[in-house]
Design a protein around this ligand. Sequence first.
Ligand code: KMH
Ligand code: ZN
Length: 309
Amino acid sequence: MAKSVIITCAVTGAIHTPTMSEYLPITPNEVAESAIAAAEAGASILHLHARNGDGSPTPSADAFMEFLPRIKQSTDAVVNITTGGGLGMTLEERCEGALRANPEMTSLNMGSMNFGLFPILDKPYNWKHKWEPEYIEMTRDFIFRNTFKDIEWILKELGENHGVRFEFECYDMGHLYNLAHFVDRGLVKPPFFVQTIFGILGGIGADIENLTHMRRIANKLFGEENYEWSILAAGRHQMNFVTTGAILGGNVRVGLEDSLYIGKGELAKSNAEQVTKIRRIIENLSLDVATPAEARKRLALKGGDQVSF
Ligand code: KMH
Ligand code: ZN
């Protein structure tokens, strides 16, 4: 029998900036409301970043604490806090929110890469804030650092010391082998959650051949029964890729962190709109959408009562 599909919603991220969409949640109130609506629409995991008042990404634990308690009070969805943070932050900064909040899940980026957002500058945006084009331009010469030492530090500090389990973000084939390295050393134990990511410049491209190849290699490295596979794709590839992934037995991630659109040339007005769309597609494929309780069980999470917010 087909497993139900776990929908993750990545609510705001640190890639898109306020000028790109008026619907991008920025303030604690907007992040909380958007996350809660996404959970009501069917997301069982909420992947969260925090922003300053001008929309720039912030690592501040206090900023996370402005919306986390409200999300917890209003929904049973699993809270997953970024450790990727925003481009340009140190590793310690990137983990501030997660270390304070002690959530059930955090992201864990599985390799270093030149995270290239600069092609966005070709679009004729009339920037609202000076930091926006500077942030995007900086990525031409920026390594998003996730060394073996960094990854091991997060596995120890958050995994061992706080009972956090991870969304292992794999942007390229080599990142699967990096994860296999930690599995082989016994530092990552099943069942683990592998988020395969397509279409970030600097990582693997959004070609369907890559989707099936990532799946094939992940099965070979980990054994299909030992991990939960999830798919996300950047920008216009989002819905096609996650739909294909669901058909192939995967879980899906949507949200305004990954794409600002709901259709060709049409901005999504909310995270819930994207969740509703993929939920409808999943149900039309005669698949079920996982509840937060199912997600917790399948990912062996510690439980929503074991967090510090
Ligand atoms: N913010 C980007 C650098 C994560 O949340 O861990 C990538 C990212 C991954 O968002
Ligand atoms: Zn993120």
